[in-house]
Design a protein around this ligand. Structure first.
Ligand SMILES: C[S@@+](CC[C@H](N)C(=O)[O-])C[C@H]1O[C@@H](n2cnc3c(N)ncnc32)[C@H](O)[C@@H]1O
Length: 262
């Protein structure tokens, strides 16, 4: 199957991904800040470059041209509800979040009580929550965690009008894997192929201007604040290492792109 990655590449399963996102919510709140966004910011040219929270929000507002006001949105890999909160407040959308993590779902429900949230593995074809049809499915830095993107996209196809993916793409022609993060980065060619195989027609794609250093600096500073004495472990340690690498050596060998398909 073309959408299926080389099995040698992928060494994780959804349970491990759920574990990564199931640390204490209080810790994540401290580290991610009040918006609870867990994606890199996109540079908002109207704001100071060090205004990380503005760039996190701008990353969502940049998608608004493809998310009509009052539309029904399914947010696949919805995190703790940061993007959903904005879609309810600023676009009057009705949102259904899907996450693999029970702990995230609890925080999502508290943060966005107007929305629905379900705990499910998005790779399970025709998974129950998606039977709730939507105008737009958004996937923000989540597809990258899913070893079988083909299953996710084919599962969504009958239930959504439009698909918005904002995610990491390998620079160059060959995809790569980061086992520390349980992530796979497809090449541009590969992700276009996955979208097509999923039954969608690509309408637009765009490489984004990412606020790499600003986002990394913000998370690093909050990790230092959250762990003044103890060394962070688990997911916070992984994040700390990534942020330090970005600050000292520059952005990683990936770009972040938006793909819009119908
Ligand atoms: C980097 S976070 C992004 C969170 C959110 N989209 C945001 O931008 O703030 C990745 C998200 O993907 C979710 N995820 C990863 N694998 C999943 C799967 N197989 N099924 C459903 N959700 C998954 C995680 O639970 C997490 O919420």
């Amino acid at each position: 199957m073309k959408g299926e990655p080389n099995s040698d590449d992928v060494t994780w399963n959804s349970r491990e991904v759920a574990g990564f996102y199931s640390g204490e919510t209080a810790g994540w709140r401290e580290v991610l800040g009040p918006g609870m966004h867990y994606h890199f910011g996109t540079v908002d040219p109207t704001k100071q470059i060090d205004d990380a929270e503005a760039h996190f929000s701008f990353a969502i507002r940049q998608l608004y041209p493809w998310i009509p006001i009052r539309s029904k949105v399914i947010d696949v890999g919805c995190g703790w509800g940061g993007p959903a909160r904005m879609l309810v407040d600023e676009r009057d959308c009705s949102v259904h979040g899907i996450t693999i993590s029970e702990v995230q779902a609890q925080e999502f429900a508290a943060r966005v009580p107007e929305a629905r949230v379900s705990v499910a593995d998005a790779q399970e074809l025709d998974f129950e929550p998606v039977r709730d049809d939507a105008d737009v499915a958004i996937m923000l830095e989540s597809l990258t965690h899913m070893p079988r993107p083909d299953l996710v996209l084919r599962g969504l196809r009958p239930h959504v009008g439009r698909l918005l993916i904002r995610d990491y793409v390998a620079r160059g022609e060959i995809g790569s894997t980061n086992p520390d993060w349980n992530m796979r980065f497809p090449s541009r060619v590969e992700i276009r192929e996955q979208i097509k195989e999923g039954g969608f027609r690509l309408e637009h794609e765009e490489a984004l201007e990412i606020a790499w250093e600003t986002s990394a600096g913000y998370w690093l500073e909050s990790i230092r604040r959250a762990f003044p004495v103890f060394t962070p472990e688990g997911q916070f340690k992984t994040l700390q290492q990534l942020c330090e690498s970005i600050i000292h050596h520059g952005p990683p060998e990936v770009e972040i792109m938006t793909f819009v398909a119908e």
